[in-house]
Design a protein around this ligand. Structure first.
Ligand code: G3P
Ligand code: MG
Length: 250
């Protein structure tokens, strides 16, 4: 059973605002979304920041990397100008800012743990602890629909998240589903498989669902494709085109 929303805004507000920014969350809300996926990476001083790329150059101008920059300095960087002049000085958010915004607006979170190389376990454990501490009430309430879902491509990050906060649900991100997917998912205590919609087949979807896992896809921007994979039993997907595929999409 998939207790979470079916349609999720990717990287904050998809392609309607700069990715992984509070402006993105605002765009999602403007389009009626109450579900978001975003990426969290640790700064040099070990603070979770909402950002996708380990290196500067695309969403943050200049040279350098997230893992070699302190959180306070990242938070002062411009993560909006690359997308449009009207988003100039949109900061790199702290993970806790995203949590605060999502709680205030009742937005469900799929937190993707996105460790820089070498920081897999540290990032997984940090994200899990902070999430657990901020969602203690929801976790005690016992309704899984209100729990944030942690996910990662990194087995080690998810294993560390499992050890730090076993009560938080975990989704295992797999670009291409390997033959031993179920053994890995079992080790991680994962509740769901998150996979690339381009690589999914009806047979794989049926196999994952028959094994009792949730099935989530990234990233679907074509409504016809969305309908197709939902017909295969996919429980939910994230989209960049929050203007084309709304929260009530079927
Ligand atoms: O969590 C699904 C999706 O976000 C994974 O790919 O590169 O957009 O983080 P990416
Ligand atoms: Mg992501």
């Amino acid at each position: 059973m998939w207790p979470y929303p079916k349609i999720v805004a990717h990287r904050g507000g998809g392609t309607l605002a700069p990715e992984n920014t509070v402006a993105g969350l605002r765009a999602g809300v403007a389009y009626g979304f109450r579900a978001v996926e975003f990426d969290v990476m640790l700064s040099r001083d070990g603070i979770g920041m909402v950002v996708h790329d380990p290196a500067f150059g695309r969403t943050i101008a200049g040279q350098g990397s997230v893992a070699q920059t302190d959180a306070v300095d990242l938070a002062a960087m411009d993560a909006g100008s690359w997308f449009g002049a009207e988003f100039r000085d949109e900061p790199v958010p702290f993970f806790t800012q995203f949590i605060d915004y999502c709680k205030a607006q009742r937005i469900w979170m799929n937190v993707e743990i996105k460790p820089a190389d070498g920081f897999e376990a540290e990032t997984g454990a940090w994200v899990a602890k902070i999430t657990r501490d901020n969602y203690a009430g929801e976790l005690a309430g016992g309704d899984p629909a209100g729990y944030p879902l942690l996910s990662s491509f990194s087995f080690d990050a998810l294993a560390a998240a499992r050890d730090a906060a076993p009560e938080l649900p975990r989704g295992y991100l797999l670009d291409k589903i390997p033959a031993d997917w179920q053994a890995q998912a079992k080790q991680l205590g994962a509740v769901a498989i998150h996979t690339n919609q381009k690589q999914l087949t009806p047979a794989l979807a049926a196999q994952i669902k028959a094994a009792g896992y949730g099935l989530f896809c990234y990233t679907v921007n074509d409504p016809a494709r969305g309908r197709e994979i939902l017909s295969w039993g996919v429980d939910g997907f994230c989209t960049d085109r929050i203007d084309l595929i709304g929260p009530a999409f079927t």
